[in-house]
Design a protein around this ligand. Structure first.
Ligand SMILES: Nc1nc2c(ncn2[C@@H]2O[C@H](COP(=O)(O)OP(=O)(O)O)[C@@H](O)[C@H]2O)c(=O)[nH]1
Ligand SMILES: [Mg+2]
Length: 199
């Protein structure tokens, strides 16, 4: 399928489950901690500077943003999780809206792939692991993308990827795709996975 990435816009910003799109167009969702680079990844995939809002502070209003890409798919920017300071607050680090997206989504069949972002320097957080386990349990297709590879030297990057694999993903069949929105490392690979998922 040919996708014209120049033909994209924000389709809607949903603050409640009833606002989720109900058309059958395939959805690719971005999941990850606040600040891990979800919005930057969307901008990189679409070759834009600032279609998706990139911020250094965790967002205040919780919305799910649906980006319409060439009327062929939605890229879905989910709220970042995991910035609660104390473990007692950990429940609150998950927004009800995100839960609704996965558990009460009228277009659940349209969700073709979740791109689970983790920071290459820190590896998966407890919340990331929880998210991955939820997707495994529910058989939601996903890939893991390790962001900010530009922050590591070539050698450190290779060692870190090996460590990540050995510590967390060995024998799971889960592959980690290195990515940087600064160097665009991994952009083509992520697009390939998206194309495969929607074809
Ligand atoms: N060096 C570097 N910084 C990045 C990368 N991706 C995101 N950032 C920075 O990380 C911060 C959070 O990015 P953002 O895309 O808003 O994360 P989000 O909260 O997951 O949407 C911003 O300051 C970005 O410029 C990357 O690949 N490399
Ligand atoms: Mg964002």
């Amino acid at each position: 399928m040919k996708i014209n990435v120049n033909n994209c816009d924000i389709a809607l910003s949903a603050g409640a489950q009833r606002q989720f799109p109900r058309d059958p167009r395939p959805q690719i969702a971005l999941s990850g901690r606040s600040n891990v680079g979800k919005s930057s990844l969307i901008n990189t995939l679409l070759g834009r500077k600032s279609l998706a809002r990139v911020s250094s502070a965790p967002g205040k209003t919780i919305t799910i943003n649906f980006y319409n890409v060439d009327k062929k798919l939605y890229l879905v920017d989910l709220p970042g999780y995991g910035y609660a300071k104390r473990s007692m607050d950990s429940k609150r680090s998950w927004s009800t809206l995100t839960e609704d997206y996965f558990l009460k989504n009228p277009s659940a069949d349209a969700l073709k792939l979740v791109i689970q972002l983790i920071d290459i320097r820190t590896g998966p957080s407890d919340d990331d692991i929880m998210m991955i386990n939820m997707m495994l349990e529910r058989e939601i297709p996903f890939i893991v993308v390790a962001t900010k590879t530009d922050k590591l030297s070539k050698t450190a990057l290779k060692n870190t990827l090996d460590d990540l694999h050995n510590q967390y993903f060995n024998g799971t069949g889960i592959e980690v795709i290195p990515f940087s929105s600064v160097t665009r490392d991994g952009k083509d690979e992520v697009w390939r996975r998206i194309s495969d998922a929607i074809s």
